[in-house]
Write a protein of this length. Structure first.
Lengths: 321, 274
């Protein structure tokens, strides 16, 4: 009993003696650490703003309306744009999403609901491996299994390569989002007698939808910015004109399938491909257009982001009340 | 005193309200671990049966086996008989979907779907093929009224089920369960996440509902069991040092709380339990 009081009081004496020193040292340490972390944060943000700013500065000088509404013109001619590349980027990304999303969602449901089955373990491991495969290898693979048998490059092959690239991202984000849906919600549905598949479809999927859409967005944005998988698949096509294909298709009363076939059967361009090709050419005009293409690419991805965010926010507000 | 208790024993009341469910030699296993051992109890029609006991003694496990919710846990295995109106429902041939329609469940935390109030309640009927708007409207209104929530939500049926208060959400979940016209309602600590006023509303609602439905409620709150239930099952770990729960005493509620037979029940209900 006595020893306790002595210890306490001695401790208190020590505290009182050191208080001034400890307190000022703590303030100094705090200030130093705050400065270091703050400085590093700014340092990390520098490349981001630098890149965005520089692309806007360089690309902004050469961008104009023509750039969005015309296909490329030969060197020496005024005007001309990258409409073919914008169209190509969008249709390849859209095709990739259509190919990748349905199987990815189903696989994610399987993995989330059966995490410890052999197939679930294999799926998780292989998505990790797949997401680590360099994108150029995906391009090469699709060249071997799609381009060679078909005999030519095509937007379809590009879409397949992009789909493979998107698969692991979509599977993993969807799986995580499904796991975040409270277990009690599934139980509520199952407790009313709903079968598992209906519960997944009508309760779990809508509840996880916001996160899943964000996952799609990330995957699509990443895929839209990729060059390597398209080198051996979509190749590039300066004369690609989506509107012309659709227009002539409708005029000739071609069916939807035939029009789709014409859209995807030929090589298409994409913004990153155009950027890469133009940047290597020795002509100042092409270099300028390359910068402008970089800016357009950034804008396209930004727009996809903004639209999806708005949509998700709107959904959230409606559901949370 | 003695005669009064005599009248209230379950045996006497059996004639007045027959057994809706009979549980015979029920044991629940998780893998090799036996969570609940040898339960025998009868659940009387249009009465409230409470299951009380300390944490981790298997109350929820027992309750969840009544409508085969333990099927959802891959390692769980339920042995013994669960008779619903005299027919064993704990066999492989039984349609689990039908069991869960007849035996509804309300969970510990309010868990409305992230859909509108209307769609929450209409979820069950839609599952069973009700499609016509006028039919659904009728069922939704009837169920929400039964859950004593109609006056509070009638003007915002198309707002999200998550936009109302926790107590209202829990009554919405009760309405959702009522919409498929169950015969038995299982409630797993339905008020433990709610404030006292919402708790009181749920308890009043239970008294209303027991006119038509048979209710089984798991509760931590002994006052709640004493206030609200007709019969009480006292669960406890079967032996010292063993991790398996069992029902040590089952009787009319006021008998459990005023004159328990088992010393452990007495210790628990009087608060002397360690």
């Amino acid at each position: 009993m006595t020893s306790t009081t002595i210890t306490t009081s001695r401790f208190q004496q020590l505290i009182e003696k050191n208080q001034a020193v400890v307190s000022s040292r703590r303030k100094v340490t705090n200030l130093i650490m705050l400065s270091i972390t703050g400085l590093m944060t700014i340092l990390a943000l520098v490349p981001l703003f630098w890149i965005v700013g520089y692309v806007i500065y360089k690309g902004g000088q050469y961008i104009n309306l023509d750039f969005f509404i015309h296909t490329p013109r030969p060197l020496g001619m005024e005007g001309g744009g990258v409409l073919n590349a914008i169209e190509g980027t969008l249709i390849v990304a859209a095709l990739a999403a259509v190919i990748a999303i349905p199987p990815a969602i189903l696989a994610a449901f399987y993995a989330a609901n059966n995490p410890n089955t052999p197939l679930g373990v294999v799926l998780r491991f292989s998505t990790d491996v797949l997401s680590g495969v360099p994108s150029i290898v995906m391009g090469l693979f699709v060249y071997a299994v799609v381009v060679k048998p078909m005999g030519h490059y095509s937007g379809f092959a590009g879409g397949v390569a992009m789909a493979i690239l998107m698969l692991p991202t979509i599977i993993r984000t969807t799986e995580e989002m499904i796991k975040l849906v409270p277990h009690t919600l599934r139980e509520a549905s199952l407790g009313l007698g709903a079968p598992e598949w209906k519960t997944s479809l009508i309760v779990v999927l809508p509840a996880a939808m916001n996160g899943i859409i964000t996952g799609f967005l990330l995957a699509i944005a990443r895929a839209a910015g990729e060059t390597a998988p398209l080198l051996f698949t979509a190749l590039g096509n300066e004369r690609y004109d989506l509107f012309q294909i659709v227009q002539s298709g409708i005029a000739q009363k071609q069916g939807l399938f035939l029009i789709l076939q014409r859209i995807f059967d030929q090589p298409v361009d994409s913004l990153p491909l155009t950027l890469w090709k133009y940047a290597q050419q020795p002509y100042p005009e092409r270099i300028q257009q390359s910068w402008a293409a970089a800016l357009v690419l950034m804008l396209v991805i930004l727009l996809i982001n903004i639209f999806t965010r708005l949509w998700v926010e709107n959904r959230k507000r409606r559901l949370q009340g | 005193m003695l005669t009064k208790i005599e009248i209230q024993t379950p045996e006497k009341q059996t004639t007045a309200s027959p057994n809706k469910m009979e549980i015979k030699n029920l044991s629940v296993f998780y893998g090799k671990f036996r969570a609940v051992t040898d339960i025998n109890m009868n659940i009387q029609s249009t009465k409230i049966t409470a299951i009380i006991g300390p944490s981790g003694c298997g109350k929820s496990t027992l309750l969840r086996s009544f409508n085969r919710m333990n099927d959802l846990t891959p390692s769980a295995r339920v042995e013994g008989e669960i008779l619903l109106d005299g027919k064993n429902i704990n066999t492989t041939g039984v349609d689990v979907v039908d069991i869960r329609r007849r035996i509804g469940m309300v969970f510990q935390r309010p868990n409305p779907f992230p859909k509108s109030i209307y769609d929450n309640v209409a979820y069950g009927p839609r599952l069973y093929g009700v499609r016509k708007k006028s039919d659904l409207d009728e069922i939704v209104e009837k169920s929400i009224r039964q859950a004593a929530l109609w006056e509070e939500v009638k003007d915002k049926l198309h707002q999200s089920g998550l936009s109302i208060s926790g107590g209202q959400q829990q009554r919405l979940c009760i309405a959702r369960a009522l919409a498929v016209e169950p015969e038995v309602i299982l409630m797993d600590e339905p008020a433990s996440a709610l404030d006292p006023i919402s708790t009181l509303k749920i308890e009043e609602l239970m008294q209303e509902l027991k006119k038509e439905y048979t209710i089984v409620i798991v509760t931590h709150n002994m006052q709640q069991a004493a206030r609200a239930s007709d019969y009480t099952a006292m669960m406890m770990l079967s032996k010292e040092g063993e991790r398996s729960g069992t029902v040590i005493e089952f009787d009319a509620t006021n008998r459990i709380f005023t004159n328990p037979k088992d010393k452990r029940t007495e210790d628990y209900v009087t608060g002397r339990f360690g």
